[in-house]
Design a protein around this ligand. Sequence first.
Ligand code: FE2
Ligand code: FE2
Length: 166
Amino acid sequence: MPEKTEKNLAYAFAAESKACARNATFAKKADMEDYQQIARLFRAVSEAESVHARRYLMLMRGKIGSTEENLETAFQNEIKANVEEYPKLIKDAAAEGNKAVLKAFSQARDVESLHADLYKKAINDMVAERETDYHVCQVCGYISEDNAPDKCPICGAVKEKFKQVV
Ligand SMILES: [Fe+2]
Ligand SMILES: [Fe+2]
């Protein structure tokens, strides 16, 4: 693939991924302010930007492999976030004294290692084909298998804060 095209795809993928998350957050805020129709619009655009992001990622060379390969990539990414990336961010947040950011980064670091465990388990379970439901904490991103816990073990959020992924 030509160099500029590859670079531009990577740029567009990152920009659309951000737009997807940003619009989803705008939607949540609109929900909180009781603008239901505007929230719906933000969610629709967020979904559309994720269509763009996925389309570009599929076109990028070597980014999407077989599911077995993708599980391994996803596992490695979680480990990297847990042992390399978040520790640096946590160090800076601690040095600059921002408690809310320090808490968010610290909880995310812990959650990433649990995400890695889930991938590891899934790699092993591909043979066993064990079925499970996943429930995601909407505060810290912790994932619970089978049932939502009464209280999030990472951030303490209540059961109602968990969203089941189907
Ligand atoms: Fe993760
Ligand atoms: Fe949580």
